[in-house]
Design a protein. Structure first.
Length: 171
């Protein structure tokens, strides 16, 4: 009877404890390698979303600014005479109005800074600068009153800065 039991154990199929432990170790090592390759990729997938949000914010703000008149002294109704044609362009760049809702010309936004836009753009910030640049060369600013250069710097929550520039002409 004992001989039958011994031969039954020898013919038994299955895994030993040592084989199971080695299998678990190999599985753990392979899982660690696979996850170490996937995790950095997951962080990089958020970058395009931040770039798109920054671009939308910058373009929206630029459209809002460019929709304003060139100067405080430019006509906003017919005959639409520019301040250059009238010879009375304002020499000070900056807001003449106390409230952002009342900004009516491009240079009112000069120095405008928002540290947290909020809403869909939570933790995004921006800063606007406006300067005269008539030769369309940003290395020589304040060189005439025909064009104003608008620069917007949008800062994403991760600290990356996205710059947008445009010109508004007196015409």
């Amino acid at each position: 009877m004992r001989a039958k039991r011994a031969s039954a154990f020898k013919n038994a199929k299955g895994f030993t404890l040592l084989e199971l432990v080695i299998g678990i170790v190999v599985f753990t090592i392979s899982l660690t390698i696979v996850l170490s390759l996937i995790v950095p990729q997951a962080e990089q997938t958020a970058e395009p979303f931040r770039q798109v949000k920054a671009a939308k914010l910058g373009q929206s703000l630029m459209n809002d600014i460019l929709s304003r008149s060139y100067d405080e002294n430019s006509d906003r109704s017919p005959p639409f005479e520019t301040c250059n044609a009238k010879g009375n362009c304002s020499t000070t760049l900056g807001p003449e109005e106390a409230n952002e809702d009342e900004y009516d010309d491009v240079d009112d936004y000069n120095g405008h800074v928002v540290s947290n836009v909020g809403g869909n753009y939570n933790n995004f910030s921006f800063a606007v600068t406006v300067d005269y640049d008539s030769d369309l060369n940003d290395s020589t600013p304040t060189d005439g009153q025909t064009f104003k250069r608008i620069d917007i710097a949008v800062t994403a929550p991760d600290g990356q800065v996205y710059n947008f520039s445009a010109y508004r002409g007196s015409y």
